[in-house]
Design a protein around this ligand. Structure first.
Ligand code: GCB
Length: 609
C-alpha cells in the first residue's frame, strides 16, 4: 500500500510471505491470460439449504467424507440403483453475470440460497503457470468449490475476490460450484434494512486468470500528494522466486523507464521525479500508459496523475478549487431490468450524468462495477465511492466491523490507481451514538492507513440547531474525523413543502468543505399537476428550484449530488400506480425518460462555473 513509506526517494522494504487465497490479484480488468466464465451456468434453488446441510443440520463441507447429496460434489449416479436427488445438468440455465431476480420471474423476491455450476475444460499454456478464479462480485455470501473441493468463502455483495486453483485444475471436466446466499442479515453489511433491491447472484463477471508462476500481485502508482513533481510506486510480487528481482516501471510518454529491485519479500517502492506531467483533470483527463515489467510478465494500465486536497472550506484538484456538480447513482441497468454490470450500462449512466452537466458522481450506496470508475477516469468525472454501511447496523459486533473493513479494503485494492476516485465514503445516514462513532472512526483510521491519497467522507445527517426547526446544523463527532463534511437533507419532501427551503438558515461551524450528498423528491414521469401536488413532475421541479436557490446562498457548500439519477427498484416503495416497487426520485424514469427537474438541474449546472 502507498503510505508514508514514500518519504524517502528510494525505499525497498524487505519481508517474505506467500500468496494467500483471498489476496486480490491486481488489475484483472486489463490482464492478459484471462478467459471468461460468463454465459450459461446451471442452477438449483435451495431455500432449505438441503445441498449444504445434512439432516442434523451439519454443513457437508465440514464432514470428513461428505455424502454424495452435497451439491458441491456435483455427483452423478454410479449405476441405475444409485439414489441421488439432484442433478445440475438437468436444470435450467441462468446467465452470469446477472442477478437472479430480474432473470427469473419466480425469483423476483427470492432471498436465500441458489447454487451455480459451470463445467469447463482448461489446459494451462505452460505447465509452470498458475491459475486463479476471479469473481467481480457475488451478492451476498459465496461458498466456492472447485472439482469438489472447497476453495473458501466470501462475504459482501459488491467487491471482487479470487482463489488459486493451480493444483486442482484438470484438462477436462472441471466444475466450479458456488453456493450464493443473499439472505439479509442483522449483522450484515448492509443490514436487514435498506432502500434498494437485494439482487442476488453472481452479479458481475467470473474469470479464469492464467499467470506465470511469479507475478505482479499488486501495485499502487500515483502522484506524491505533497509534491506533484514526483510519482510514487509500490509493487508487490508473488510466487516462489520473487526476491531481489529487477522490476521495470515504464511510462513512455513521460520518458520514464525506471528499474527497481524487489526485496527478499518481493516488495519494491520507488519515487521518480517526472517532468511535464499533464495532470488529470475534469477538462483534460489525461491517462498515461503504464507498464510494470518483470522477467516473467508485463502488466499494463492507464493511469491519471492528480492531487486532491482540502484547504479550509475548499476542495483542491491539482491545487485549484473545484465545485462538484454531482448526481447520486444506483447500480441498476438503464438498458434492461436488474443490477447493472456491463460497460454499456456504465456508459449510459455516465453519459446521462454528463448530459446533466455533472463533473462528479456519487456511486451510492456500495461499490459499483469497475467499468464505472474506468469510464469515469476516461471521461474526467470525479467519483465518490461508498462502503455499504447504511442506516443502523450492529455497531458493537466485531464481526460486523471486520466485514465492513474487508469490503472497504477490497474496493480500495481494486480502485486505488483510478484518478477519478477522490472520496472514500464510510457510511450513509448513521445514528450519532458512541458505538457508531467508535466504529466509523476506526474505519476511517484503517482507510487512511490503506490510502492516504484520497479524502474521507460519509453522508451524515443534519438537525435543528438548539431546537429551532428553521436553523440547521451538523452536530456529529464524526464530522471532526472526515475531510469533507457531507450530509443528506430532504427539506421540502420528508420535511415540509418545497417553500420551506427559503425559510431555513444554516449554522455550519466546521472549517471544512461541505457537500450535500442527497436531496430530492419523488415524481412519476408523465404525471402533471400543481407544484404542491405530490408525485407530479412539477412538484419535483419546484423542489429542485427551491433547494438550488437555498444551496447557492451557502458559501461553504462545494458541491452536491441530488438523489437520484434514475428511478430504482425498492421493495419499500409500494404505493400503487405511482411507485409499484420503484423509488421515484429519479430525474430520469426507469424507461429512460427525462423529467422536468432534470432540465432544472441542467440549467443550474450550466450557469455554475
Ligand atoms: C435517503 C437514503 C437513500 C434513500 C433516500 C429516499 O436518505 O440515503 O438511500 O433511497 O433517502 O429516497 O428516501
Amino acid at each position: 500500500m502507498l503510505t508514508k513509506c514514500f518519504s524517502t526517494i528510494l525505499f525497498i522494504a524487505i519481508s517474505l510471505h506467500g500468496f494467500s487465497q483471498t489476496q486480490l490479484l491486481t488489475n484483472v480488468y486489463n490482464r492478459t491470460g484471462v478467459t471468461t466464465l460468463n454465459g450459461d451456468w446451471k442452477y438449483i434453488v435451495d431455500p432449505y439449504e438441503n445441498g449444504y446441510y445434512n439432516y442434523r443440520y451439519e454443513p457437508f463441507d465440514q464432514q470428513p467424507a461428505p455424502w454424495a447429496s452435497a451439491f458441491f460434489l456435483n455427483s452423478k449416479p454410479k449405476d441405475a440403483s444409485d439414489l441421488l436427488e439432484y442433478d445440475f445438468d438437468g436444470m435450467e440455465d441462468i446467465q452470469v453475470p446477472g442477478d437472479w431476480n430480474s432473470q427469473k420471474p419466480e425469483l423476483l423476491y427470492y432471498e436465500g440460497t441458489l447454487w451455480y455450476k459451470k463445467s469447463f475444460d482448461y489446459t494451462l499454456s505452460d505447465s509452470s503457470n498458475r491459475l486463479f478464479i476471479y469473481f467481480e462480485a457475488c451478492n451476498y455470501k459465496a461458498e466456492v468449490y472447485f472439482n469438489g473441493k472447497k476453495l473458501g468463502s466470501h462475504t459482501g455483495g459488491f467487491t471482487p475476490f479470487n482463489f488459486e486453483i493451480t493444483d486442482l485444475v484438470k484438462d477436462t471436466d472441471n466444475f466450479i460450484v458456488v453456493k450464493v446466499d443473499n439472505k439479509r442479515l442483522k449483522e450484515g453489511i448492509p443490514t436487514l434494512n435498506t432502500d434498494w433491491w437485494n439482487y442476488g447472484g453472481l452479479t458481475r463477471e467470473v474469470r479464469i486468470v492464467e499467470t506465470p508462476s511469479n507475478i505482479v500481485q499488486d501495485y499502487t502508482i500515483g502522484l506524491d500528494q505533497d509534491d506533484a513533481k514526483w510519482i510514487t510506486a509500490a509493487i508487490t510480487l508473488d510466487g516462489s522466486d520473487i526476491a531481489y528481482k529487477t522490476i521495470e516501471l515504464l511510462i513512455p510518454e513521460l520518458g520514464i523507464s525506471q528499474k527497481v529491485q524487489s526485496d527478499a519479500n518481493g516488495k519494491a517502492s520507488v519515487k521518480i521525479k517526472a517532468k511535464r506531467i499533464n495532470y488529470w483533470s475534469m477538462e483534460s483527463p489525461t491517462l498515461y500508459d503504464v507498464q510494470i515489467r518483470t522477467d516473467s510478465e508485463t502488466i499494463t494500465d492507464q493511469i491519471g496523475f492528480r492531487t486532491i486536497k482540502t484547504k479550509g472550506q475548499q476542495i483542491l484538484l491539482n491545487d485549484k478549487p473545484i465545485y462538484l456538480k454531482g448526481i447520486s447513482i444506483h447500480e441498476e441497468s438503464p438498458l434492461r431490468d436488474g443490477r447493472g454490470h456491463s460497460i454499456e450500462d456504465a456508459r449510459q449512466l455516465l453519459t446521462w450524468a454528463r448530459e446533466l452537466g455533472c463533473n462528479y458522481v456519487r456511486l451510492a450506496h456500495y461499490p459499483h462495477n469497475e467499468h464505472m470508475v474506468r469510464l469515469a477516469d476516461q471521461m474526467g468525472i470525479l467519483v465518490w465511492e461508498e462502503n455499504p454501511v447504511y442506516w443502523t447496523i450492529e455497531w458493537d459486533n466485531p464481526d460486523t466491523y471486520q466485514n465492513a473493513e474487508d469490503q472497504l479494503a477490497e474496493v480500495i485494492a481494486r480502485d486505488k490507481n483510478r484518478a477519478s476516485v477522490i472520496i472514500w465514503s464510510m457510511a450513509n445516514e448513521t445514528p450519532n451514538i458512541p458505538a457508531r462513532n467508535a466504529f466509523l472512526t476506526k474505519l476511517a483510521t484503517f482507510t487512511r492507513e490503506q490510502d492516504n491519497t484520497r479524502l474521507i467522507s460519509a453522508a451524515l445527517e443534519q438537525k435543528n440547531f438548539e431546537g429551532d426547526p428553521f436553523v440547521r446544523t451538523i452536530d456529529d463527532p464524526f464530522a471532526d474525523v472526515v475531510d469533507i463534511l457531507s450530509f443528506n437533507q430532504y427539506i421540502g419532501w420528508y420535511d415540509g413543502l418545497p417553500e420551506k427551503c427559503s425559510k431555513i438558515s444554516w449554522h455550519i461551524t466546521q472549517d471544512k468543505p461541505v457537500l450535500i450528498s442527497e436531496f430530492g423528491a419523488g415524481a412519476k414521469y408523465g404525471m402533471h399537476g400543481d407544484t404542491l401536488e405530490r408525485w407530479t413532475e412539477e412538484y419535483q421541479e419546484y423542489l429542485y428550484e427551491e433547494t438550488l436557490s437555498m444551496i447557492d446562498k451557502l458559501p461553504a457548500v462545494q458541491g452536491f449530488s441530488p438523489w437520484v439519477l434514475v428511478d430504482f427498484k425498492s421493495p419499500r416503495r409500494v404505493l400503487p400506480v405511482i411507485q409499484d416497487g420503484w423509488n421515484r426520485k429519479g430525474l430520469i424514469s426507469d424507461d429512460g425518460k427525462k423529467k422536468k427537474a432534470f432540465f432544472t438541474l441542467q440549467r443550474f449546472y450550466e450557469q455554475k462555473n
